[in-house]
Write a protein that binds this ligand. Structure first.
Ligand SMILES: Cc1ncc(COP(=O)(O)O)c(C=O)c1O
Length: 453
């Protein structure tokens, strides 16, 4: 009989450099990453690796970090809550952090009335879709179709994938997707053939009007402000507010996914307010906890939430729930995060540091390998192309992400690209000096890439 106890203890003693990586990493060709740098701690704006390398966190640890790492107040909030109540379910019970956070969130998101918690963004979007579909069933109207935008991204679970449309990510699963109609989304860099940058958005709005006019659409699901994973495609001013009006006109619910763009990423707490669009359901995640715990929140208007009320026997309640729904540690750290936003006037600060980041756009855009630079708030998408006429991306056997990671590491920066797009998504609180360091490193990275492509 093998002694599994001592086996695991032995494994635990193996040093980080000798250990075989048994972790299956997300969206990763594992053969390309036989060896991975191991992060041992976070220190402000830096991730510190086992070999002592300090990497400036240029992508806010997948777009969720707000304050940098090891922020004292957030760490304390977590340990305080863990010592008081680490987890109790929201089934039959409630708890203070979930209640207080829901109050705060409806304050941040005008027009919203009730908050449903989950533990990641994909689930939060799935919940939004289920809410929308069940809403129509509850009010006894036969609307069941969902519509979303081409080039969108809402997560990697089947429902979320179906609402998104990213051939590179999802083509392997195309025969298993939910039946969802996709309408064109504005793309100023690559307008639909025959259209100009100006009439591209117009054409997209016409397509939305035409599809929603059929009267069978339960909800239109889209990202708010910009399609982030679609390559930082920033919506032209007026597009989202017109979409909101079209939804109203045809009685379609509007679901706005603010997971990547809300909480200040584009310079506004609720991006939809700035976009003058009125959702029926709004979804938050990522920066909600400052990047310190995993939490999603799906917020519904009173009209939507009230449609779920009634006698139990009517079966109107929302048929959804997760074990860790509204976990108290995640809720407590989200509350502390929101307090810090107010204490540090973070949104005002983002609007000014955004200019420092944006200050690099022209120089980056002048590089031969750069086809387009898109910037708003604290995000910049840099599209690499080898031929500006055709917009063809650089090709190599290795992924662009692997190549850029290696070069960026030499310059002391952590980056993760999206295909041929270099994403700069710093923690919101990053100071101008570090943003300059990130911008300067990016220029050097592109210079090195130009020697290869
Ligand atoms: C707009 C948007 N929605 C949903 C998601 C999915 O969130 P998660 O990765 O937490 O499942 C993402 C993730 O990047 C996103 O950008």
């Amino acid at each position: 009989m093998p002694d599994y106890g001592s086996f695991y203890i032995e494994q635990g003693r193996v040093s980080a450099s000798m250990r075989q990586n048994r972790v299956w990493h997300p969206n990763t060709q594992m053969s390309e990453w036989a060896r991975m740098d191991e992060v041992v701690r976070g220190d402000g704006m830096y991730l510190v690796c086992a070999d002592g390398t300090r990497l400036l966190d240029g992508v806010a640890s997948m777009w969720c970090n707000v304050w940098g790492h090891s922020r004292r107040e957030l760490v304390r909030a977590i340990s305080r809550q863990a010592a008081t109540l680490a987890h109790s379910p929201l089934f039959n019970l409630t708890h203070g952090p979930a209640q207080e956070l829901a109050d705060k969130l409806v304050g941040i998101a005008p027009g919203m009335h009730r908050v449903f918690y989950s533990d990641n963004g994909s689930s939060a979007v799935e919940i939004a879709a289920k809410m929308a579909v069940q809403y129509w069933a509850n009010i006894g109207e036969p609307r069941s179709r969902l519509v979303s935008l081409q080039n969108g991204y809402h997560g990697d679970t089947f429902g979320a994938m179906s609402m998104g449309q990213n051939p590179e990510f999802f083509s392997k699963f195309k025969n298993h997707m939910l039946k969802i109609d996709h309408i064109p989304a504005p793309n100023a860099y690559r307008p639909v053939r025959g259209h100009t940058k100006q009439d591209d958005a117009e054409m997209c709005l016409e397509a939305a009007e035409k599809r929603l006019a059929k009267g069978d659409v339960a909800a239109l699901v889209m990202e708010s402000g910009a399609q982030m994973a679609g390559g930082v495609q920033i919506f032209p001013r007026g597009y989202q507010s017109t979409i909101s009006k079209i939804c109203k006109r045809h009685g379609t619910l509007l679901v706005l996914d603010e997971i990547a763009t809300g909480f200040g990423r584009l310079g506004h707490m609720a991006e939809y307010v700035w976009q003058r669009s009125v959702p029926d359901i709004a979804v938050f995640g990522k920066m909600l906890t400052g990047g310190y715990a995993t939490l999603g929140a799906t917020l519904a208007s009173k009209r939507v939430a009230d449609a779920f009320l009634g006698d139990f026997a009517e079966s109107r309640h929302l048929f959804h729930g997760h074990t860790y729904t509204g976990n108290p540690i995640a809720a407590a750290v989200a509350l502390e995060n929101i307090r810090l936003y107010a204490r540090h006037s973070l949104i005002r600060r983002v609007r000014s540091t955004s200019k420092v980041l944006g200050g690099f756009a022209a120089e980056i855009g002048s590089r031969r390998l750069v086809g387009d630079v898109r910037h708003r708030g604290m995000v910049m998408g840099i599209e690499l192309v080898v031929d500006p006429q055709t917009g063809a991306p650089p090709r190599s056997a290795q992924s662009m992400n692997r190549i850029v990671y290696g070069i960026a590491k030499k310059h002391g920066v952590y980056l993760r690209t999206l295909g041929n797009i270099i994403m700069l998504v710093p923690p919101l609180y990053m100071d101008p000096a570090h943003i300059r360091k990130l911008g300067a490193a990016t220029l050097r990275i592109i210079d090195e890439l130009e020697k290869r492509f």
